[in-house]
Design a protein around this ligand. Structure first.
Ligand code: ZN
Length: 162
């Protein structure tokens, strides 16, 4: 995955020697390849290489995609899509940053993050809020246990929506 990330920068500059056939249509068929994005700025290229280099260096690549799986990232995107739906134009709104922050908090510390924010602000989280957070956290854990049990049994996970 690290090589693919590095190759993606070069790909944008029409250099395909590191590209993978899985995602580079030039590698699959150079005669029919039509570039969609072609960059020429060398300063941008250097900056992009630096940014990608940060993600691919050391064990950072393992953090991005543990065991070369993007499940965690896809899970985060799904959670973010619930808080900031694509159908609504939120990128110019200041609420987007808050929505992303809430998603990160939910991913890292589960639903109890709302109570923690209240407590940090010196406000009582409220009994209803705490009960709801606990209920959602339990539901999340049960879902995970069900998934693991189904995986162990070789079954495909089927989400039960109420
Ligand atoms: Zn390519």
């Amino acid at each position: 995955m690290g090589n693919d990330l590095k190759a993606s920068v070069l790909h944008l500059y029409k250099e395909h020697y590191l590209c993978n056939k899985k995602w580079c249509s030039y590698k699959r068929n150079p005669d029919k390849y039509r570039t969609t994005v072609s960059l020429t700025s060398l300063s941008l290229r250097q900056k992009l290489a630096e940014i990608v280099g940060e993600y691919t260096s050391g064990d950072n690549i393992e953090k991005i995609a543990p065991c070369a799986s993007t499940k965690e990232v896809e899970c985060f995107h799904s959670m973010l899509a619930n808080k900031a739906p694509k159908a609504k134009h939120l990128c110019s709104s200041t609420s987007l940053e808050c929505r992303v922050d809430c998603t990160v908090a939910q991913k890292n510390i589960s639903y109890g993050y709302i109570s923690q924010v209240y407590e940090e602000c010196g406000i009582s989280p409220g009994k209803i809020n705490e009960k709801l957070s606990e209920k959602l956290a339990v539901k999340r854990k049960l879902k995970m246990i069900t998934r693991i049990q189904q995986k162990i049994n070789g079954e495909n996970y089927v989400e039960n929506r109420l």
